[in-house]
Write a protein that binds this ligand. Structure first.
Ligand code: FCB
Length: 488
């Protein structure tokens, strides 16, 4: 890419904080295969659990599916053009497993692989580093039919797939990510049932946690076996920043510990420390004895990582619920009669103070600073990268065609500033990826929640830059945080 010219910024008020610079920092934007690709039955792709789930009546808003989504499968050259014009340093995408390996087993499908080869080559030609996630929730349906993530064999199948993809894509990939948010795959997919495959079996959800961890560890080893010890490998977790309703209450603080173990420690424990947190095992003892953990598993899962992906949107507040009357989970996802919080029936979820996004998620950028500092203290040798952060709001198209999404600009501004604050305080944060490049299929919410910095008209599939895209472009060009109204 050519060197970006600095854009003058006459509007920044003199009282504004000193400019926060981002030299050497990676700015990107993120998407996921099922949310944008469409082309669901093309090029040899077979159904994933999200195809099956979204086609089940009543589970997604208005019955929306990812059949067409943003039609990125056909429009990717245009989308790479947007990425290049934005000036992104990196682009985080995911691979549709059933596109490259139909059914989740057997040889690779050359047509499916070629789609990603072409995409990665185009990104590379535009000077953009691809960060590639192998699993963003779209398990091949056949593997679910054989037991899904609660079955150990799924982790083995994932390792085979990872090995094949490392061979097929090789150094085209700048950074590999094994899993995106295994918390969602396990607990929303198998406990609350608001994500595919929609099962509501708490014990199976814990088995899924372990087999996702195992899948991660096995895949890291396979990628390094194929590409060498220097291959850049990561995982993306959605850390829950959990706060007590009454900080003075021991019972509320204990509830925080229980949710932290389920949400964070269940993954960071085995992946980064080599053991499950003790309290996870005791808190869930009535549901599972963890007999699915075999000798040697924890060593297989505990692999060195190059960078830790952090997805952050909002915070979680809890209190102790003596009556065990807590049914609301406040997880920020669709309501379910079944809780994703396995074994936590004495924890109640409290609505956080606003402001809120259109998801009902509270906006709390300070908590991102705290999270990044906390992670850098806990894992001082492991740099972090914010692999998702962004906001859904109800966008309107002005008569002049502009989408003045000032609240999204404000959200991005405040969270990028929060990352800068963490860096200034010593956290080793290497990158920030805005979720999302495009409006897309927001899982159970279908097309009703728009996170994109680029608008997608779902009738015409036309892409239009929102003001947030203009603002982000300016940030990238200057490497300094522009004011919120600096979008002309
Ligand atoms: C995350 C997912 C991503 C998107 C955002 C809003 O949990 O990883 O696909 O849906 O939330």
């Amino acid at each position: 890419m050519t060197d970006p010219q600095p854009v003058p910024n006459p509007r920044t008020p003199e009282t504004e904080q000193p400019p926060r610079t981002f030299d050497g920092f990676t700015f990107g934007s993120a998407t996921a295969a099922y949310q944008i690709e469409g082309g669901a039955a093309e090029g040899g792709r077979t159904p994933s659990i999200w195809d099956t789930y979204s086609h089940t009546p009543g589970v997604t808003e208005f019955g929306d599916t990812g059949d067409v989504a943003d039609d990125h499968y056909h429009r990717w050259p245009e989308d790479v053009g947007h990425i290049a014009r934005l000036g992104l340093d990196a682009y985080r995408l995911s691979i549709s497993w059933s596109r490259v390996q139909p059914g989740g087993s057997g040889p690779l499908n050359p047509e499916g692989v070629q789609f990603y080869v072409d995409l990665l080559d185009a990104l590379s030609a535009a000077g953009v580093e691809p960060v590639v996630t192998l699993y963003h929730w779209d398990l091949p349906q056949e593997l679910e039919d054989a037991g899904g993530w609660p079955a150990r064999e799924t982790a083995v199948a994932f390792a085979r797939y990872a090995r094949l993809m490392a061979g097929a894509l090789g150094t085209r990939v700048h950074t590999w990510t094994t899993l995106n948010e295994p918390w969602c795959s396990a607990y929303l997919g198998y406990a609350s049932g608001v994500h595919a495959p929609g099962r509501t079996e708490p014990a199976a959800a814990l088995a899924a946690v372990h087999h996702l961890n195992l899948a991660h560890g096995l895949a890291v080893a396979e990628i390094r076996d194929v590409l060498g010890a220097d291959a850049r490998v990561s995982v993306t977790l959605n850390f829950h920043v959990v706060r007590p309703q009454d900080p003075a209450s021991q019972a509320d603080r204990d509830a925080v510990g229980q949710i932290e173990a389920l949400a964070n420690g269940a993954f960071t424990g085995p992946m980064l420390e080599g053991a499950y947190p003790e309290r996870l095992l005791t808190d869930t003892a009535a549901v599972s004895n963890f007999s699915f953990v075999r000798d040697g598993d924890l060593a297989l899962i505990h692999q060195p990582l190059t960078v830790l992906g952090v997805n952050y949107y909002s915070t979680t507040m809890v209190r102790h619920s003596p009556a065990g009357d807590a049914t609301s989970d406040n997880s920020g996802h669709r309501e379910s009669a079944h809780t994703p919080w396995v074994g936590a029936d004495r924890v109640a979820f409290v609505r956080e103070p606003g402001p809120y996004t259109a998801m009902g998620w509270n906006i709390a950028p300070d908590a991102l600073t705290g999270l990044l500092l906390d992670l850098s203290r806990r894992y001082p040798d492991l740099p972090t990268m914010v692999t998702e952060n962004g906001a859904a709001f109800e966008d309107t198209v002005s008569p002049d065609g502009r989408v003045r999404d000032v609240r999204r600009v404000g959200y991005l501004h405040d969270h990028v500033a929060a990352v800068a604050a963490a860096r200034e305080a010593g956290a080793d944060v290497r990158g920030y990826f805005a979720w999302s490049l495009l409006d897309n299929f927001e899982w159970a919410w279908g097309y009703e929640r728009r996170f994109g910095i680029i608008r997608v008209d779902y009738d015409t599939l036309e892409r239009t830059w929102k003001d947030s895209a203009r603002w982000y472009q300016r940030l990238l060009a200057r490497r300094e945080l522009p004011a919120v109204d600096d979008v002309d």
